[in-house]
Write a protein that binds this ligand. Structure first.
Ligand SMILES: [Zn+2]
Length: 118
């Protein structure tokens, strides 16, 4: 079974891994200290990853304004929903804003627009 997690949590993990990749790439540049050009390329690449993560963090901030705060029926905590269906940040309970989808099994495809379906 596929393990779902809250979208915001997913994006956060993604941003965090970008920072991590950035540092690894920059660290990798140290091994090429004999050729300043390669080292510079590595440093710039690493910096780009870190800039990208900053952009993603900014994006999370933008998305957060679009989320709907609800009280999770599973654990009673306040959680945020993004899109038509999402997962509780605390207990991974599937949540929906669309009454038509209520009670249905969680499917991330519900978030896609009609024209995107093949
Ligand atoms: Zn919950």
């Amino acid at each position: 079974m596929v393990k779902y997690s809250s979208k915001i949590n997913k994006i956060r993990t993604f941003a965090l891994s970008l920072v991590f990749i950035g540092f690894v790439v920059m660290y990798g540049g140290i091994f090429f200290r004999n050729s300043p050009i390669v080292m510079t390329i590595f440093m710039i690449l690493g910096l780009l990853f870190i800039i990208a993560s900053t952009v993603v963090y900014f994006w999370i901030g933008m998305l957060s304004t679009k989320t709907v705060q609800v009280v999770c029926p599973g654990c009673g905590k306040h959680t945020k929903i993004l899109g038509r269906v999402d997962i509780c940040m605390y207990c991974n309970e599937p949540l929906t804003l669309d009454p038509a989808l209520e009670g249905k099994e969680f499917d991330e495809r519900y978030n896609k627009k009609q024209k995107e379906t093949r």
